[in-house]
Design a protein around this ligand. Structure first.
Ligand code: DQA
Length: 144
């Protein structure tokens, strides 16, 4: 198994920092990457951080993480969380742990965010802590 943790981010997360800051905060995805890289170094892990607005690319990257024997995958699939059977199936194909991550708490929001195809396949979910959700998920992954 490798010591790489894949951190995969879905649609619109490239806009973090300016996108609905009252919900998602003002931390950018680059800031989150820096926080994770720093924490990963303390844990003896490395971070492979990516973002795409395209569902199929996220499927490719989940498969890649599985083939690479990644220590874990942290997946914030954005809105695809609530729609994507393809991501659900890709997660199921990975042997290592996939942890669902959200900045906001989707269950405290609109009804259409209450169903998670990602969460139904993932090992666990961490949501609602803003940018810290990612760091908490990394700490959890390190213990697995
Ligand atoms: C999100 C929650 C999703 O419902 C939403 O579509 C996002 C962001 C979050 O991190 O809180 O794009 O995944």
């Amino acid at each position: 198994m490798s010591n790489a943790v894949y951190v995969l981010n879905g649609p619109n997360l490239n806009l973090l920092g300016t996108r609905e800051p009252e919900i998602y905060g003002t931390t950018t995805l680059d800031d989150i990457g820096a926080l994770l890289t720093e924490r990963a170094a303390e844990l003896g892990l490395t971070i492979e951080m990516r973002q795409s607005n395209h569902e199929g690319l996220l499927v490719d990257w989940i498969q890649e993480a599985g083939a690479a024997g990644a220590k874990a995958v942290l997946l914030n699939a954005g809105a695809f969380t609530h729609t994507s059977v393809a991501l659900h199936d890709a997660i199921k194909s990975v042997k290592g742990p996939v942890i669902e991550v959200h900045l906001s708490n989707p269950h405290a929001r609109e009804d259409f965010r209450h169903k998670s195809y990602v969460g139904m396949a993932a090992k666990a979910t961490i949501a609602g802590f803003g940018a810290r959700s990612y760091v908490l998920a990394l700490d959890a992954a390190a213990t697995l």
